[in-house]
Design a protein around this ligand. Structure first.
Ligand code: FES
Ligand SMILES: [Fe+2]
Length: 419
């Protein structure tokens, strides 16, 4: 349980709020590179700031204010030039550093005034990595976009999936450190959704949470499981500051504002040994619905859609003054404690947890991966098919979110050699 002021402290993401400043110390994934195959401009809202993401004609990405500094027109309706983004109202042109490059009428009427040198648009650094576009809204010096180990894996088919979640990011992230929900929300509830009454999932018997440099790993023993099981020996990862990393994918909970979150998934499917060497030419991206069109009720059919039901069910901003935490919530407490400690560290002028600045380290940052052999090394098709989670995707479709487009399914099956 948190008191009202602590709950506010942890959930506010706006500029100038303590947590908003903390979150601005990290790069956030905000879009996929291939979204810009068919469009040059995308409006983006990030941590309460309305922005415009664009790719100019020379291929440079820029992230600038949503509003033109001239008379505040919407720059997401502008158009891109060889270098930069031009406002559609009076043609002022800005580059990715925020410099005003042209003011067509002023440049003609009073060139000596050089008014354009006195005007800037707010601009933030963007970087491309792993098929994602990342943004940094914090102070200098800018840290590195983490090069997590799976970004370096070969012979994989990657897809990027988005969803708009109408609630605060923190309750989404608290789900990243919550092993027991797996048994009830994904196993037992799924069974009941199929109108089956049993057998229920093996119960959780023991939990451990271990903080490490880049997050908190959680480990579990369920009925019938031995201590040599990778889910006990290695576990899963609540990745700092706003992601879940269960081995084969990342799920970032990107704060849009205090009451909205963009869910960004980067999912890796290792092709069977028989298909190697495989090189993916294009990382597809798609956006999945979260509610049913006819009833307006939340989608419940897929793993992450089920998680979304839990998150939004907690309210726009979960009221943590009303909760009752038990021993299963030890990880949630650790996560909050770390954020409070990092708010103090930030106030002392220190970096918070998992800000990466060392380029040598960043060549490849290893993470705990329970199914390492299946993902980093690769297995035969037969072995893959026998894996209870990883094999399922081949026969049953994308398990995490509803709405995978047909062409992505086709590309996936083609990559896996089963098209
Ligand atoms: S408002 Fe953008 S150029 Fe005038
Ligand atoms: Fe879940």
């Amino acid at each position: 349980m948190l008191d009202e002021s602590k709950n506010q402290l942890l959930t506010q993401v706006g500029r100038g709020t303590p947590m908003g400043e903390l979150l601005r110390r990290y790069w956030m994934p905000i879009a996929a590179v291939t979204e810009f195959d068919s469009q040059a401009i995308k409006p983006v809202r990030l941590m309460g700031e309305d922005l415009t993401l664009y790719k100019d004609l020379s291929g440079t990405f820029g992230l600038v204010d949503r509003h033109c500094p001239h008379r505040r027109a919407d720059l997401s309706y502008g158009f891109v030039e060889e270098c930069g983004l031009r406002c559609n109202y009076h043609g002022w042109l800005f580059n990715e550093q925020g410099r005003c490059m042209e003011q067509p009428f002023e440049d003609m009427s009073a060139p000596e005034a050089r008014f354009r040198d006195k005007v800037r648009v707010r601009a933030y650094p963007v970087e491309v990595k792993a098929g994602l576009i990342w943004a940094y809204l914090g102070p200098q010096p800018v840290p590195l976009v983490p090069n997590w180990e799976p970004f370096t894996w070969k012979n994989g088919f990657v897809q990027i999936v988005f969803a708009d979640i109408p609630c605060n990011w923190l309750q989404c992230q608290e789900n990243s450190i919550d092993p027991v929900h797996f048994e009830w929300m994904h196993m037992n509830w799924s069974l009941r959704l199929r109108d089956e009454f049993g057998p229920y999932s093996p119960r959780h018997l023991r939990l451990e949470f271990d903080e490490f440099e880049y997050g908190i790993a959680y480990r579990r023993i369920r009925e019938g499981m031995s201590e040599s099981d990778p889910l006990w020996k290695v576990g899963r990862v609540c990745l700092w500051p706003n992601a879940l990393f269960p081995g084969d994918h990342f799920e970032w909970r990107v704060p849009v504002d205090d009451e909205n979150t963009l869910s960004v998934t980067w999912a890796f499917s290792r092709v069977p040994k028989e298909r190697e060497p495989y090189v993916q030419e294009r990382i597809p991206a798609w956006h999945g619905p979260v509610s049913e069109t006819d009833t307006g009720r939340w989608v419940t059919s897929h793993i992450m859609n089920q998680d979304f039901v839990a998150w939004v069910g907690q309210g726009r901003i979960a009221d943590r003054t009303q909760e009752h935490l038990g021993t299963s919530d030890r990880g949630v407490l650790m996560l909050r404690k770390r954020f409070f400690a990092d708010l103090d560290a930030l106030a002392r002028g220190e970096d918070p947890k998992a800000v990466i600045r060392d380029p040598v380290l960043n060549r490849c940052i290893p993470l705990p991966v329970a199914e390492r052999r299946y993902l980093a090394e690769g297995v035969s098709r037969d072995e893959l098919l026998r894996h209870p989670l990883l094999g399922r995707q081949l026969t049953e479709g994308y398990p995490f979110q509803l709405g995978q487009p047909e062409e992505v399914r086709k590309a996936y099956l083609e990559a896996m050699g089963t098209a």
